[in-house]
Design a protein around this ligand. Structure first.
Ligand SMILES: Nc1nc2c(ncn2[C@@H]2O[C@H](COP(=O)(O)OP(=O)(O)OP(=O)(O)O)[C@@H](O)[C@H]2O)c(=O)[nH]1
Ligand SMILES: [Mg+2]
Length: 412
C-alpha cells in the first residue's frame, strides 16, 4: 500500500497579503520534520489530503488499512498536526532548563502537546547555560513528535559584565538571604533573570522566529486550545500575551522603578500613545509616573510574545540602561517585572493580551477561564472556575481588567 505525500497546502492567497507571507512560514518545512519522525517509527500514514477530502466509507477504511505490529489490521493512523494545513507562524516553544529539570518537564510538555501542539506541531527549543547531556536530550525527545533543538547560552549572556563589582554583589546576596528573600542568595537565579530579560531574543536558535511561547518546568495547561495563539497574535497585532498577573516581592526590586523613571525622563518618546500605565501604577489611565510602582507584573513563566518587541530599540535601550545600573546583581530584579514594565509603557494597551481562555498553573497560582458556558460546559477544561486565583488579593487581575480594552470577562 503506497503512502501518498501531502501535496496540497492551504493557499495563502485567501489570507490576502504579502505581509502574511513574511510573518508566516508554510507548513511544508515542519511537515517534513514530522515525516521523518513518523517514518522512523514505522507508522503507516494516510495522507492529510485524504482525510481532508473525505475518507468516508468503511470501504475507504479497508482500502487504507494496514497490517500493524501485531499482525492485525489497523485503520489509517494520522497525526493531527499533519492534517491541519493552516499556515504556521515562525514560532517555537522556548524552554530555559537545567539537565536536572527533565523530570519536571515531562508532564508539562505532555500537557502542551496534548492540549495544543499535537494539532499544530510547533518546534521546541531548549536552552541551557551548560551543554544538555544525552539523558536530558533523550528524555525530552520522547515527549514530543515535533522538532526539538538544544542550545547552549553564550558565556557573555550568563556571566558578570565587567562593570559589576562582584564583591559588592556577593555582600548584597548575603544580605538578601539573611532577610529571607526568595532566591535572594542565589547567583544562578540572577544570571537566569538577566538572560530572560535581555538575551533570549538574540540567541542563534531564536533568530529566525517572530514569536515564542515560554514554557517552564512544573507548569500545566488545563484547557484544549483549538486555535493557533501565534496566529491570534498576528491577526490582532498583539505583542505580549500572558495568563497570570501577580505582585512582585518588593525587596527584590527596591530601585527598579526609580531607575525606570530616570529612563522615561530621558526617553519620553518610547512611551506608547495608549500605554498600559494604569496596570503598573494606581493613579489612573492618564496618571503621571510620580506614584510608586504597584508591583503588578505579568507572570513571565508563561509568555506568548513577539520577539521583535524585545528586539526593538525601546526595549533594548531599556535593558541596556538597567543592565549598566547593576540591579540584576546588586538587587534581584526579575525578568517578569522588567518585561511587564516595558510592555506596559512601550506598547499600546491593545497590543497586550490576557489569554483568558488558557487554563494554566505554575506552582503558586492557577488561572482557570471564568466563563462556564464557553469553557466548562463545552468539555474543554480540566480546572474549575472557582479554582482560579484571578480574584486573589495577591494577584493583579483587577488592575489588568481596569486597564484593558476587553475588561473583566463575563462569568456566564
Ligand atoms: N539552564 C538553567 N536554567 C535555569 C537555571 N535556574 C533556573 N532556570 C530555568 O529558568 C526558569 C525559571 O526558573 P524557576 O526556578 O522556575 O524560577 P521561578 O519560576 O521564579 O521559581 P519557582 O518555579 O517557584 O522555583 C525555569 O525554566 C528554570 O528551569 C539555571 O541555573 N540554569
Ligand atoms: Mg518556575
Amino acid at each position: 500500500m503506497s503512502v501518498l505525500l501531502i501535496s496540497t497546502y492551504m493557499s495563502l492567497s485567501s489570507w490576502g497579503s504579502e505581509q502574511l507571507r513574511s510573518h508566516l512560514s508554510s507548513f511544508s518545512s515542519q511537515a517534513g520534520q514530522h515525516d521523518a519522525k513518523l517514518s522512523a517509527s514505522g507508522a503507516h500514514r494516510v495522507p492529510a489530503k485524504t482525510f481532508m477530502d473525505g475518507l468516508h466509507t468503511l470501504e475507504d477504511v479497508r482500502k487504507y488499512a494496514h497490517v500493524g505490529f501485531d499482525g492485525n489490521l489497523y485503520p489509517p493512523t494520522f497525526y493531527p498536526a499533519e492534517v491541519n494545513k493552516l499556515p504556521r507562524a515562525r514560532a517555537a516553544f522556548l524552554v530555559l532548563a537545567r539537565n536536572s529539570d527533565a523530570d519536571d518537564l515531562r508532564e508539562t510538555m505532555r500537557a502542551v502537546e496534548d492540549r495544543f501542539n499535537r494539532k499544530f506541531g510547533y518546534p521546541w527549543i531548549f536552552l541551557n547555560n551548560e551543554p544538555f547531556d544525552d539523558d536530558f536530550k533523550n528524555e525530552i525527545k520522547r515527549w514530543t513528535r515535533a522538532k526539538v533543538e538544544f542550545g547552549v547560552i553564550p558565556k557573555e549572556h550568563w556571566s558578570y559584565p565587567d562593570h559589576i563589582d562582584q564583591v559588592h554583589a556577593a555582600a548584597q546576596r548575603e544580605m538578601l538571604e539573611e532577610n529571607d528573600v526568595i532566591y535572594g542568595g542565589s547567583e544562578s537565579y540572577r544570571h537566569m533573570c538577566r538572560f530572560n530579560s535581555g538575551f533570549f531574543y538574540d540567541h542563534p536558535l531564536t533568530q529566525n522566529l517572530d514569536y515564542y511561547w515560554r514554557v517552564e518546568p512544573e507548569t500545566r495547561l488545563y484547557c484544549d486550545i483549538d486555535y493557533d495563539p501565534f496566529l491570534f497574535m498576528y491577526l490582532n497585532n498583539k505583542k505580549y500575551g500572558f495568563t497570570i498577573t501577580i505582585q512582585e516581592f518588593e525587596e527584590t526590586i527596591p530601585t527598579l522603578w526609580p531607575k525606570t523613571r530616570d529612563f522615561i525622563a530621558d526617553h519620553p518618546e518610547y512611551i506608547a500613545k495608549d500605554d498600559a500605565r494604569w496596570f503598573i501604577t494606581d493613579d489612573g489611565p492618564d496618571g503621571s509616573f510620580d506614584q510608586d510602582y504597584n508591583l503588578c507584573h505579568f507572570w513571565s513563566n508563561f509568555e506568548i510574545a513577539d520577539l521583535n518587541f524585545f528586539r526593538g530599540k525601546a526595549y533594548r535601550d531599556y535593558f541596556e540602561f538597567l543592565d549598566k545600573d547593576g540591579g540584576f546583581f546588586y538587587e534581584r530584579w526579575g525578568d517578569a517585572p522588567v518585561h511587564s514594565i516595558a510592555a506596559s509603557l512601550f506598547l499600546n494597551r491593545s497590543e497586550l493580551h490576557h489569554f483568558e481562555d488558557i487554563g494554566y498553573f505554575h506552582p503558586g497560582a492557577t488561572h482557570c477561564p471564568a466563563n462556564k458556558r464557553l469553557f466548562h460546559d463545552t468539555g474543554k477544561c480540566l480546572c474549575k472556575p472557582d479554582e482560579s486565583d484571578d480574584l486573589d488579593e495577591y494577584l493583579c487581575m483587577r488592575q489588568w481588567w481596569r486597564t484593558s480594552i476587553e475588561g473583566e470577562p463575563k462569568r456566564d
